[in-house]
Write a protein that binds this ligand. Structure first.
Ligand SMILES: Cc1ncc(COP(=O)(O)O)c(C=O)c1O
Length: 361
């Protein structure tokens, strides 16, 4: 018998991250991965550096101090917070814990690609539920959730569409899903949302043991390189995650930087204000160019191209790259006529708009 992985593993297309290099450009403008253009908080950077003398020590496997700080910051119960090596790890663990061969994992058709990948690696079947106007269709998700469904994944706001559901709509989803289904609410971009009917999911977790919220330090806190995320769940689901995760899944530098980042409210506020201002400007300018920027509650904009000879999204992607500007092609998300552009610094955002203006002319 030959060495073979479990059925389905070799069908998984590995996640491809945003490009980081453009030939001929030593420092390309990187707007392909929804990173924080202002970087990490200076306090987080200092905490990270200070840890270099302690690298021979194992981290605190229970992430006690960080969980307490997160709980205090958000008004949550620290015992029900579980930290992870990025929220990606927690999403994978949740899906693996609750779904396996023969089970279905539902996600919104243009949702974050890690959901179908995590489902496949667990041996489960990912099911893409069609959207309405590039927004998750609650009734469609509720109608499709059946006996085989184990997990429903929903990013809110969603990457890459930027769409966002209200707290009321999320409540309706929770009420409409069967009792045996876990709802994974991925609030990676929660801190950027400006609308006042938003609910990150914490309240729903408090009122239903079938809901889990995941969060990340990769976006507003600018710590994507350190890999740090957290989940808020019922005591039962938190217990499951704690059994599944590695004993030291979060590194000591990530714990230290995360703690400093969460305490630096000014940096988070600056990042949020910067994003609000330049996201609005970017949408205005690209709309004036005849492109179709979707509304967004995240730190990125999905930009639809009108098409026509030489004016399609694929040509624009290559055109921008040729000018040292990296954005994300959307074909893997089933949106081949779109690009996703992260809001960068003022200089970066102006540069991408100037390059697009040249492209459309
Ligand atoms: C919706 C969504 N969830 C989760 C993640 C992953 O975050 P992390 O860096 O914490 O693994 C991303 C990253 O882009 C995302 O867009």
């Amino acid at each position: 018998m030959s060495l073979t992985p479990r059925p389905g593993i070799l069908d998984v297309a590995p996640y491809a991250g945003g490009e980081a290099e453009a030939p001929g450009f030593a420092a390309p403008i990187r707007l392909a991965s929804n990173e924080n253009p202002l970087g990490a908080s200076p306090r987080a950077q200092a905490a990270y550096k200070a840890l270099s003398a302690e690298l021979h020590r194992y981290p605190d496997g229970g992430a006690e101090e960080l969980r307490r700080a997160i709980a205090e910051h958000h008004g949550l119960d620290p015992a029900r917070i579980v930290c992870g090596n990025g929220s990606d790890e927690l999403i994978s663990l949740l899906i693996r814990a609750y779904a396996g061969p023969g089970d279905e994992v539902l996600y919104s058709a243009h949702g974050f690609l890690m959901y179908p990948i995590a489902a496949r690696t667990a041996g489960a079947t990912p099911v893409a539920v069609p959207e309405r106007d590039l927004t998750a269709d609650l009734d469609g998700l509720i109608a499709r959730a059946g006996l085989r469904t184990r997990v429903v994944c929903l990013a809110n706001p969603n990457n890459p569409t930027g769409s966002c559901l209200s707290g009321r709509e999320l409540e309706r989803l929770v009420a409409g899903l069967p009792d045996h289904v876990l709802l994974l609410l991925d609030a990676a971009y929660a801190e950027y949302v400006m609308r006042n009917d938003y609910e990150d999911g914490a309240k729903l977790v408090e009122s239903s043991s079938r809901v889990v919220m995941t969060r990340t330090f990769s976006k507003i806190h600018g710590l994507a390189g350190l890999r740090l995320g957290w989940a808020y769940a019922s005591a039962e689901v938190a217990d499951v995650l704690n059994r599944m995760r590695g004993p030291f899944n979060v590194t000591a530098p990530a714990l230290a930087a995360g703690l400093a980042a969460i305490e630096d409210r000014d940096h988070a506020a600056r990042s949020r204000d910067h994003n609000a201002r330049w996201l609005q400007w970017f949408r205005q300018e690209t709309s004036a160019l005849g492109l179709d920027p979707r509304p967004s509650d995240g730190n990125f904009v999905l930009l639809r191209f009108p098409g026509g000879t030489g004016r399609d999204a694929g040509t624009a992607l290559a055109w921008l790259k040729g000018r040292g500007i990296l954005v994300r092609g959307m074909a893997p998300y089933g949106l081949p006529d779109c690009l996703r552009v992260t809001i960068g610094t003022e200089t970066e955002t102006r540069a991408v708009v100037a390059a697009l203006a040249e492209f459309v002319s």
